[in-house]
Design a protein around this ligand. Structure first.
Ligand code: GTP
Ligand code: MG
Length: 356
């Protein structure tokens, strides 16, 4: 048996290539879509990979006389025919297109997008079908597969020498300021670092007051900046701090002027580590727009907030499966400073699967 892998821009072209090279008797063993190139998962091109095989002993070889098979050939041919049957059975069980399977239903009922759910199932080990839908073994396999999308998790690392500057940005009301207050308490009060807060949110009347209230309670200095050059000045005058947290005004992902302004503010210093703050309650399609449009600000990591407000955090899986990102914290309530923790892939996936 000869097995070859073909890639093309569409399923049709990949299959045509396979049939062209291996002949019309080629069988398709596996198909997979993947994205190539791009930045932060975007602007990448979708490609299709087809794994095809041909039973060389059965393939039609043009201009060649048929030869009587010897006894050994017959045994090999029969073995190959068995393998072919088995493969076809396995392939027929892999969900294709809109075909529904119990696992697909389980995943989509948990707000996982149908295309992502299909991909998760395709990526499962082939022998997953030996387990009953709903069995703990199958749940473990799905859990492990979903966890492959949680690539790297790292919180704020304050260096031993020098300092760390972190800026937080994202759509309105997702919990940026509250998250900063939680982190300020963790680093200043619990871990004893010298920290300063900066707020560039001068759009909302009460925005400065909101962060100032926390900074007063914690005894942490706060600076208000109205423009990029002021931010630079404040960063220059706070060289003695070990950690500086910058709050920004919530922005609509569809307002390019606001996004440009934010981008200009944050690119004032290359050393600024940038965190995109996203609410886990966001609808998947909106979350895709947010990640795509805020990518002009080149976020290094993502924070998921309001994990406590939804029973379906499929959006998180959808986003990460579609476009891998580095994760940091997740927040699960309004309480400052308690309701924040480093993303725990296991815990997060358990949340997704709690209804499975
Ligand atoms: N349930 C829940 N509520 C949260 C969480 N984080 C923040 N909130 C609440 O969400 C609301 C908005 O929080 P903010 O911190 O003001 O959000 P923001 O992103 O700074 O908002 P803007 O500056 O207006 O864009 C507040 O009522 C917070 O208490 C969370 O993890 N869970
Ligand atoms: Mg705010």
């Amino acid at each position: 048996m000869k097995v070859r892998v073909f890639t093309a821009d569409s399923m049709q072209n990949a299959i045509a290539q396979a049939k062209g090279v291996l002949g019309r008797d080629a069988i398709i063993l596996h198909t997979r879509k993947f994205r190539k190139g791009g930045i932060f998962g975007f602007f990448s091109k979708e490609e299709v990979e087809v794994t095809a095989a041909i039973d060389t002993s059965l393939a039609t070889i043009p201009h060649q006389k048929a030869v009587e098979p010897c006894v050994e050939d017959v045994a090999v041919q029969s073995e190959l025919a068995n393998m072919r049957n088995l493969l076809e059975k396995v392939i027929s069980k892999i969900p294709q297109g809109s075909e529904h399977s119990p696992i697909l239903d389980l995943l989509t009922n948990n707000d996982i997008d149908i295309h992502i759910a299909e991909q998760i199932i395709k990526d499962l080990p082939v022998d997953y079908m030996k387990f009953e839908a709903g069995s703990s073994e199958l749940k473990q396999l799905i859990l492990a597969q979903i966890q492959t999308c949680f690539q790297s998790v790292e919180g704020i690392k304050v260096p031993e020498k020098g300092r760390k500057v972190v800026a937080f940005f994202g759509p309105t009301g997702v919990g940026k300021t509250t998250t900063i207050a939680k982190l300020a308490a963790k680093f200043a009060i619990q871990e004893g670092y010298q920290i300063a807060l900066i707020t560039a949110d001068t759009y909302r009347i009460s925005a400065v007051e909101q962060l100032k209230t926390y900074s007063d309670i914690m005894g942490i200095p706060i600076h208000v900046v109205y423009a990029a050059d002021e931010l630079k000045e404040v960063l220059d005058t706070n060289q003695d701090k070990q950690l500086i947290l910058i709050d920004t005004a919530g922005r609509s992902p569809h307002n390019n002027d606001q996004l440009d302004e934010l981008k200009n503010l944050l690119q004032i210093d290359d050393a600024i580590e940038k965190y995109l703050v996203l609410s886990a309650t966001t609808k998947y399609k909106d979350a895709l727009d947010i990640v795509k449009n805020f990518s002009v600000c080149v976020p290094h990591k993502v924070i998921f907030t309001k994990i406590d407000e939804t029973r379906n955090i499929g959006t998180v899986v959808n986003l990460l499966y579609q476009s891998p990102m580095s994760l940091s914290y997740m927040t699960n309530g309004q309480n400052v400073p308690d309701d924040i923790e480093l993303v725990d892939p296991n815990k997060l996936t358990q949340l997704i699967l709690r209804d499975l």
